[in-house]
Ligand binder design. Structure first.
Ligand SMILES: Nc1ncnc2c1ncn2[C@@H]1O[C@H](COP(=O)(O)OS(=O)(=O)O)[C@@H](OP(=O)(O)O)[C@H]1O
Ligand SMILES: [Mg+2]
Ligand SMILES: [Mg+2]
Ligand SMILES: [Mg+2]
Length: 380
């Protein structure tokens, strides 16, 4: 990748995201087979699972272990409030077991695990260590342990997203997409399945190959590696393929993706935009930052998210995806055409209306023009 400045950071980040993906796959399989135990609701009614806390704990632990000489700042989604009550002992035990089971596999990914299994208090400490609020100065790791938790509990798409911000700019992004197969054709196959319980009919090779994507700012390169299966070997860089955005710039041929839930993005507004710029295909509604992955890899050309007025987008929902799409050749801005600002703390402060992601400048200009002519705040 040329610039070696972040070589160790990128290497550790890619490995820990692979490790996190293996954890998530295991928990998702259990969740789907055993029913929905250990899915909790947060204050905003959004779901949180054993996987969200466990991934946050392992990423925090592995980063601390590998960068012992630094005072780490980690901005991440989850906190320990609902894990620390007396009623949540069972939940904390489930997280502890999941974390230890996963860290025991760390050497397979070229990472060191702890000398002895972590206890509940250490796990709570690892999770709550990720309480930074970011900002314009210095280095901040940014983690969404499970993005698209709703997709995760439904047995559908989700992502593990880790990024590094330095002086307010995203410099590294790693996106693990355990259910997003290496080949586009397999996605349609997966989408036709009701849930992973029905996947026994699919050969394990096709399903097992989820992927991890990554990019370093300024390299002009974005990469994708296959996830390894239960008994596979981690091949790291040797298994990486370059990825590029699509070359389609005719809206009539373009695919646009957006969140599944109407409550997360205004579907009728985006349908109007798509129509006015000449998009003909039906939207591809997918949970999580897999939407960024789809653009970076050339499986779709446009991603739009217009949350309701007053909702503030969080940096962990976008940081990793933005740098990967940009280095793969795409364009990411707010609806006014300005770059997203990762320097102002936990939220994308100053975001103009919504987020638009395109595979190239031609589609982006058309989309921004469509927003300009269609905007009516009462829509949102
Ligand atoms: N009201 C509202 N509006 C907009 N966005 C919201 C809202 N509530 C939550 N979120 C954030 O959306 C993240 C999930 O986005 P998705 O694109 O996966 O949504 S969807 O499930 O496909 O509808 C989700 O990320 P995770 O919590 O990591 O799953 C949230 O950070
Ligand atoms: Mg998220
Ligand atoms: Mg999340
Ligand atoms: Mg969440």
């Amino acid at each position: 990748m040329g610039d070696e400045r972040y070589a160790k950071e990128l290497d550790v980040a890619v490995r820990v995201v692979h490790l996190a993906c293996s954890l998530c796959r295991r928990v998702q399989k259990r969740l789907i087979t055993n029913g929905s135990d250990h899915v909790s609701s947060k204050d905003d009614d959004s779901p949180v699972t054993v996987a969200d806390w466990s991934v946050q704990a392992i990423v925090s632990w592995v980063l601390s272990d590998n960068f012992r000489d630094q005072k780490l700042s980690i901005v991440a989604e989850e906190d320990t409030q609902s894990l620390s009550t007396t009623e949540s002992v069972g939940l904390l035990t489930a997280v502890t077991d999941t974390v230890n089971e996963c860290l025991a596999e760390a050497p397979k990914y070229g990472l060191q695990g702890p000398k002895k299994a972590l206890g509940g208090a250490q796990i709570l400490e690892a999770i709550s260590q990720c309480n930074s609020t970011g900002g314009p100065i210095g280095r901040h790791w940014v983690l969404d342990p499970v993005d698209g938790t709703l997709g995760f509990v439904r047995g559908d798409q989700y992502a593990v997203a880790l990024a590094l911000i330095e002086e307010g700019k995203v410099v590294l992004g790693v996106l693990g997409c355990p259910n997003y197969p290496m080949k586009k054709e397999l996605l349609d196959h997966h989408r036709n399945q009701k849930s992973i319980t029905t996947l026994s009919s699919v050969s394990s090779e096709t399903w097992d190959k989820g992927c991890v994507m990554y990019a370093q700012r300024g390299s002009g390169e974005a990469w994708m590696q296959p996830l390894i299966g239960e008994d596979g070997k981690f091949a790291g860089k040797h298994s990486a393929h370059r990825i590029h955005v699509s070359s389609i710039d005719d809206p009539a041929l373009a695919t646009f993706c957006e969140p599944v839930e109407k409550s997360n993005s205004n579907h009728s507004f985006t349908a109007g935009l798509a129509h006015s710029m000449g998009v003909k295909k039906k939207p591809l509604r997918v949970h999580s930052m897999v939407k960024y992955a789809a653009i970076a890899r050339g499986d779709a050309e446009i991603f739009m998210k217009f949350a309701r007025c007053g909702y503030k987008e969080k940096i962990w929902d976008h940081a990793a995806g933005v740098v990967i799409v940009e280095e793969a050749g795409g364009v990411v801005t707010d609806a006014g055409g300005r770059p997203l600002d990762f320097s102002r703390g936990v939220y994308l402060e100053g975001l103009d209306r919504g987020i638009v992601v395109c595979s190239g400048a031609t589609l982006h200009e058309k989309l921004i023009a469509a927003v300009y002519t269609s905007w009516d705040c009462s829509n949102l």
